[in-house]
Design a protein around this ligand. Structure first.
Ligand SMILES: [Zn+2]
Ligand SMILES: [Zn+2]
Length: 327
């Protein structure tokens, strides 16, 4: 099968002919229909995350069709459409797994990081960590739901019942979560790179009541802020824009260093927290909610062989919504 393979971090992916993966017990073999490109893929390729499997097939927002099933697979049949997210496997026995926090499992394996992912024609997945995809979404449109949507949803839940919601960085995750937030009756305030008028217009299209530069203060204080951009300087900026008792949620897996800031920005019971990975429950909840909330995804498709171009577009901030690779 054809795949785009990372042989060493800091180098471009190389197109390669790889052996078709074989299913083990409890696994499904999928024909990949679409795989969205996540900022985490950039962090893996750039070597900003420690110890990826090498060589590695990246990609963890996979929509595919079941081509074969291993022994013991009872959730899916050949021909079913299945989504594969970042969380690829957990131990089920550590203290985190046993307390409903499998996202923090001590021995978790992640798709497109410790397990081969979806920048390929075929992929295998543990059936227990795969999802059914709502029928209303075509394959490519569904793929960004699997991380941008899912992790965005977990970040939104960490914001509690905040009505005035700030979103820093208006890319794939933000454009999905802004729609969910509006559906829930919240007001979205979008913060974009200074001078990025296209991103501000994109945010308004998706229902932001206000869109401006991340260096500006919003017209009213925020009840919570979600930071999707990997920029540590946004943490004090978001705290400054947040009301007493508000929460700032860092939703990315990697961020540049957070600069020092005066304690008064945190004072008055403001909270800074991160969100790591997802649980299967997040996935089930979000994939049930997305069609009800009328969530639509904006995508730009690339042939599988152009994965490096897709990554470069994401790096350069040139995308509206999400890049999706189609084998
Ligand atoms: Zn565990
Ligand atoms: Zn991701």
């Amino acid at each position: 099968m054809k795949a785009m393979v990372l042989y060493a971090t800091g180098t471009p992916l190389r197109e390669a002919e790889m052996p078709e993966p074989r299913v083990a017990e409890g696994e499904v073999l999928l024909t990949v229909r679409a795989c969205a490109v996540c900022r985490t893929d950039l962090h893996v390729v750039d070597g900003e995350l420690p110890d990826p499997k090498l060589p590695l097939i990246a990609g963890h927002e996979i929509v595919g069709t079941v081509a074969a099933t291993g022994n013991g697979v009872e959730r899916f049949r050949v021909g079913d459409r299945v989504g594969v997210p970042w969380l690829g496997w957990t131990c089920g026995v550590c203290a985190f797994c046993r307390s409903g926090r499998e996202n923090l499992c001590d021995r978790a394996q992640f798709t497109g990081y410790q397990r081969d992912g979806g920048y390929a024609e075929m992929v295998v997945a543990d059936q227990r960590f795969a999802f059914s995809i709502p029928a209303v979404y075509p394959d490519a449109e569904a793929s960004p739901l699997l991380c941008a949507g899912l992790i965005g949803y977990r970040a939104l839940r960490m914001a509690g019942d905040a009505m005035r919601l700030g979103i820093y960085g208006f890319g794939a995750a933000a454009h999905i979560i802004a729609q969910v937030a509006r559906f829930e009756g919240r007001q979205v305030f979008a913060f974009v790179r200074p001078g990025d008028d296209a991103a501000a217009a994109f945010a308004r299209e998706f229902g932001a009541v206000w869109a401006g530069s991340s260096e500006e203060m919003p017209p009213e204080p925020l009840d919570a802020a979600l930071i999707f951009a990997p920029v540590g300087g946004l943490v004090p900026a978001a705290l400054r824009a947040t009301a007493k008792g508000g929460t700032v949620v860092c939703a990315g897996i990697h961020m540049t260093d957070i600069p020092t800031f005066p304690y008064r920005l945190l004072w008055e019971e403001r909270i800074v927290r991160s969100v790591a990975n997802l649980t299967r429950r997040d996935g089930e909840e979000f994939l049930a909610l997305a069609p009800k909330a009328g969530v639509k995804t904006t995508i730009e498709t690339f042939p599988l062989g152009e994965a490096n171009t897709a990554l470069a577009s994401l790096r350069g901030g040139k995308l509206r919504g999400a890049a999706v690779l189609v084998p």
